[in-house]
Design a protein around this ligand. Structure first.
Ligand SMILES: Cc1cc2nc3c(=O)[nH]c(=O)nc-3n(C[C@H](O)[C@H](O)[C@H](O)COP(=O)(O)OP(=O)(O)OC[C@H]3O[C@@H](n4cnc5c(N)ncnc54)[C@H](O)[C@@H]3O)c2cc1C
Length: 554
């Protein structure tokens, strides 16, 4: 029987990064992916539309990865394997129905000017907001980069208490819980500023009227100025191959077409996995599963392996809204109505503004096709011109406001949704409506389109078993399933009730995105020095600090 130190279930970013990091730490690692391709939501394709066009079928933008501790540790190895990030000074904009637009750049002074352009008070408001956020950025980013249900999480809380005092901490927590609508209204005067930032809340799996959506919008707004909108030159496949290469070069195994159907538990401890083929692979130190709670507790583990309150909570785990992708190959660059900079911007949200996002989210939550969806219009060519033949263009569309499950109707009253199943007909009718709206902004869209390919929530769910119902974020990110409560209040964090079994992926803290956060947190936990060594090194650190302060004061 093949035996490894660690066996990863699933080949998405969290598994790949975790496996690469553990391999570099000397662990013998095996990674098992059920589909024929590695990468999970990173799916670069040259066959989607027309020859010469390279599309990111699903995830495209890598600011979370380039800002991650996993990248910081792996950068040298990935550089040597050909990974190069390209970036832009124009990460995002919103294009409004009246032809006006608003921009967020990577220049602080530039953003102060942009915001002031819409309302005089909004320039200083951006300056104050950004500086205020940065003063406590260690805490805000810390929430997303710390194992919250652990001594480290408690440490973060103590750090906040020392800084703010008791009442100050309460006030800070209050701001963390505020909605995007309230935060925007309290911070900026102009509707353009609201319409520029509100669509970003969709990228956190929330809507603008949900708890904590204000905090998440603020984190993203500041991160966009700080980090831009990087993409790997040539596509995400370069990152996937680089990470897999690190594992293989260290002697580990990376397999596709290998579906894990059972985690084998003996004496309360995960000891091996069994593949659908019947093969068993032994894990001496850890099984790390990047799956949904539904699959982990309702499929991979046997009855009685986990406590019933945990398996019950996993059964009740909620999935979020569905999502649709539309890809265009165009024979020429887009002719945007209005500001020329729209054609150089990585992600343009075509939106009526904050109320438009709110309305579309609400319609989707009620099972309806929204009348006026937020069109997330990604333009990878604005950052990486290698993706398509010179003089041509790619448009990557996300529609994040679609019902979870069956479609009950059309909020615009135009489309007959029949039995609510995502048929090819329903998908194309809805894509036609979105294309017509986008065509009012990109004036040559219809004329220059070589090919359009749409993927419904059902198509997306069929590509990756973790994207249940076409929820691209691995489960609802509402407060009761987020932060400390992700994946489950009954099994918080990444340690599971089964010894040696760890839970990672978008369904776990810090949630969805390409930041590899959960893979990194588990790697850190597994490679943490044993308690006596930790104690000795903390005594050594304290001694060094004492020596330094004595030296300073003498
Ligand atoms: C359409 C779309 C667009 C997105 N855009 C962005 C973006 O631009 N930027 C961004 O930061 N994030 C984006 N996201 C979110 C982000 O891509 C995901 O949150 C993230 O990639 C999830 O990574 P993961 O590690 O959880 O694993 P996943 O990528 O979900 O991969 C999990 C893998 O595990 C495999 N698997 C599951 N069960 C088993 C089993 N039993 N045996 C073996 N293998 C198994 C699956 O086949 C899958 O390949 C997007 C997501 C989608 C779907």
């Amino acid at each position: 029987m093949a035996t490894f130190d660690a066996v990863f279930v699933g080949g998405g970013i969290n598994s790949l990064a975790g496996a690469a990091l553990l391999s570099k730490a000397g662990w013998n690692v095996c990674l098992l992916e059920r589909s024929e391709e590695l990468g999970g939501c990173i799916k670069t394709s040259s066959d989607l539309t027309a020859p010469g066009f390279t599309h990111e079928v699903l995830a495209s933008w890598h600011p979370l990865f380039t800002g991650s501790p996993a990248y910081a540790e792996l950068k040298g190895d990935l550089d040597r394997r050909g990974l190069e990030y390209l970036n832009t000074e124009l990460p995002t904009a919103s294009a409004f129905p009246d032809g006006t637009s608003a921009f967020l750049t990577t220049s602080h002074e530039g953003n102060v000017t942009e915001f002031a352009h819409h309302a005089a008070a909004d320039g200083p408001a951006w300056d104050a907001m950004f500086n205020g956020f940065m003063a406590n950025a260690d805490l805000s980013f810390g929430v997303l980069g710390t194992e919250l249900w652990s001594p480290a999480g408690l440490g973060l809380g103590r750090q906040a208490l020392r800084r703010f005092g008791r009442r100050g901490l309460l006030a800070y927590l209050g701001t963390v819980l505020s909605t995007c609508r309230d935060w925007l209204g309290d911070t900026f005067e102009s509707e353009a500023a609201h319409g520029l930032l509100a669509p970003w809340v969709l990228h956190t799996g929330l809507g603008p009227d949900q708890a904590a959506s204000g905090f998440m919008t603020q984190v993203i707004a500041c991160a966009l100025q700080l980090g831009g909108m990087p993409v790997p030159k040539g596509g995400g496949i370069v990152l996937v191959d680089g990470l897999a290469g690190i594992v293989r070069d260290a002697g580990g195994e990376v397999r596709t077409g290998a579906e894990v159907e059972r985690v084998l538990v003996s004496g309360g401890k995960a000891t091996a996995v069994r593949l659908a083929s019947g093969e068993t692979i032994r894990a001496e130190r850890a099984v790390i599963a990047s799956v949904t709670p539904t699959q982990l507790y309702g499929g991979l583990l046997g009855t009685g392996d986990a406590p019933t309150d945990v398996t019950g909570a996993a059964r009740r785990y909620r999935y979020g809204r569905g999502e649709m992708q539309i890809h265009f190959a165009m024979s020429e660059p887009p002719d945007w109505y209005g500001d020329d900079r729209l054609g150089q911007t990585a992600i343009v949200h075509v939106t009526p503004g904050l109320d438009g996002v709110s309305r579309a989210v609400n319609e989707a939550e009620r099972g309806l096709l929204p009348a006026e969806a937020t069109i997330v219009c990604g333009q990878p060519m604005a950052v990486d011109p290698s993706r398509a033949p010179e003089g041509s263009w790619i448009v990557w569309i996300q529609l994040q406001e679609l019902p979870a499950g069956r479609v009950k109707g059309d909020a615009a009253g135009e489309i007959d949704v029949r039995d609510g199943i995502w048929t090819e007909e329903l998908r194309e009718e809805y894509a036609d409506r979105v294309t017509a709206r986008l065509g009012r902004h990109i004036q040559n869209l219809e004329r220059a389109t070589i090919k359009r390919v749409a993927l419904s929530p059902a198509d997306i769910a069929a590509m990756n078993v973790n994207l249940v119902g076409g929820d691209i974020y691995g489960g609802s990110c509402a407060l009761d399933q987020n932060f400390l409560f992700r994946p489950l209040a009954q099994a918080p964090g990444h340690r599971t009730p089964v010894d040696n079994l760890w839970h990672i992926g978008a369904s776990t803290h810090p949630g969805p995105g390409l930041g590899a956060g959960s893979g990194y947190l588990v790697y850190k936990e597994l490679t943490k020095p044993a308690a006596p060594r930790r104690f000795l090194s903390s005594v050594r650190d304290a001694g060094q600090r004492l020596q330094q302060s004595v030296a300073k004061s003498s």
